[in-house]
Design a protein around this ligand. Structure first.
Ligand code: NIG
Length: 398
């Protein structure tokens, strides 16, 4: 068998691995072979490799794991955003604007937009991401959205239960989402999701959607407690969902339930800024013992960004997280929210034998992510050992 080319990345001043036991190393190096990490250790003891990349005293860390996006859509809602910044409240009904544009687009157009956003995310350090359906909301459009999502995202979530579209009775729509639509989309998806909120679906309806998804073999996630005390958090915990996302409005019982569960609270700070919602109580969640993830929620309505670094900086500067906590939540936290925190296909941490998904910052430490907010700090990104933005097999000679 021909040996696989190896790439040594050395000169790493601060290596955040997120691995249990040795989460951070100084003056480190690592070797990539066949898309996986073959060696991690002190730069002074690094083995030879076919290609050598000198990080020049920069910081390296796992690629971001963006566990909540809605990349399959057409059009934008800049006018709605502008009105909101003028004082209009955010409401679930805005979703229908994007549904109309998405239905009118071709599959090629949807794929091109989703792929562009994926590239945009990767150029900023995101190496693993989830995308939802949810702007089709009829049989053909949701099936098409699922195909597009599967072609650009690592994990696909079926969100037929985003809102009840016009022209169909509420009960009939629930029957569609939990029946024929689920059957069409499930082969392309790993999770089912529901928007449990006033103006979308109540707790009983959300339960029905999630149980149908579970019966079809999908994992569970839920949009909950974004605009009010929707009951979504406790439903997610009761059903053992992998994640409950948003969590802006939490009662003490919600905090207790999350702390006692394996359900990750996925926080979406860019969305909170863009919808002028209060930030979720991130500090209280962590202090209570809950697991949190940070994600972009990239979508044209409530959070049109692919920047995980922006979410990390906001979580530190506005939500009371330490740098270490925010970086963990945007890497291993995201992996946990997607059920990819352990096993051979784990993401969000750098371990020997694990996926070589990493980024090098144009900065000496991860602290700079919040210390220099808004500054593009991505220096290089490797996804499964392949340097982003480079064609052909990796590693390539410099
Ligand atoms: O996660 N909250 C529900 N869904 C999306 C927003 C959808 C939209 O406004 O288009 C979210 O914020």
């Amino acid at each position: 068998m021909t040996p696989k080319p190896t790439e040594l990345i050395t000169g790493i001043r601060e290596l955040t691995t997120q691995a249990d036991g040795a989460p951070r190393l100084a003056d480190a190096a690592l070797v990539i072979e066949g898309g996986r990490i073959a060696w991690i250790g002190p730069a002074s003891a690094a083995p030879a490799a076919d290609v050598r990349t000198d990080a020049g005293g920069r910081a390296a860390l796992p690629g971001w794991v963006d566990s909540h996006t809605h990349l399959v859509f057409a059009g934008d809602r800049a006018a709605e955003f502008e009105a909101r910044m003028g004082g209009q409240p955010y409401a679930a009904g805005g979703i229908l604007t994007t549904v109309a544009a998405t239905r009118a687009a071709t599959e090629a157009q949807l794929t091109a937009t989703a792929a562009r956003l994926r590239r945009e995310a990767e150029a900023q350090g995101t190496t693993f991401l989830e995308s939802k359906t949810g702007y089709g909301l009829d049989l053909a459009s949701e099936a098409r959205s699922a195909r597009v999502a599967a072609s650009v995202a690592d994990v696909v979530t079926f969100l037929g239960a985003h809102i009840v579209p016009p022209g169909i009775d509420r009960r009939d729509y629930l029957d569609l989402v939990t029946g024929p639509m689920l059957a069409l989309v499930a082969p392309h998806a790993q999770f089912v999701d529901v928007f449990c909120e006033v103006g979308a679906f109540d707790v009983a309806e959300s339960r029905e959607v999630l149980l149908a998804g579970r019966a079809a073999g999908l994992g569970l996630r839920l949009h909950g407690n974004q605009l009010g005390f929707s009951g979504g958090v406790r439903l997610a915990v009761e059903l053992g969902a992998a994640s409950v996302d948003h969590c802006n409005h939490l009662e003490p019982a919600d905090l207790d339930a999350l702390a006692a569960s394996a359900t990750v609270a996925t926080l979406l700070p860019a969305c909170d800024l863009s919808t002028r919602q209060p930030f979720p109580p991130a500090r209280r969640l962590l202090d209570a013992g809950a697991s949190i993830a940070l994600a972009t929620n990239c979508n044209p309505g409530s959070s049109y960004t692919t920047s995980m670094a922006f979410c990390v900086a906001t979580a530190v500067l506005q939500m009371g997280l330490t740098i270490e906590e925010a970086v963990w939540a945007a890497t291993r936290g995201g992996a946990r929210a997607l059920g990819r925190d352990t096993g051979t296909d784990a993401v969000g941490a750098l371990r020997v034998g694990g996926r070589a998904d990493l980024q090098v910052l144009d900065a000496p430490s991860v602290a700079h992510l919040a210390y220099r907010p808004g500054v593009p700090l991505t220096w290089a990104v490797w996804r499964q050992g392949v340097r982003a933005g480079r064609r052909g097999p990796s590693p390539l000679p410099a």
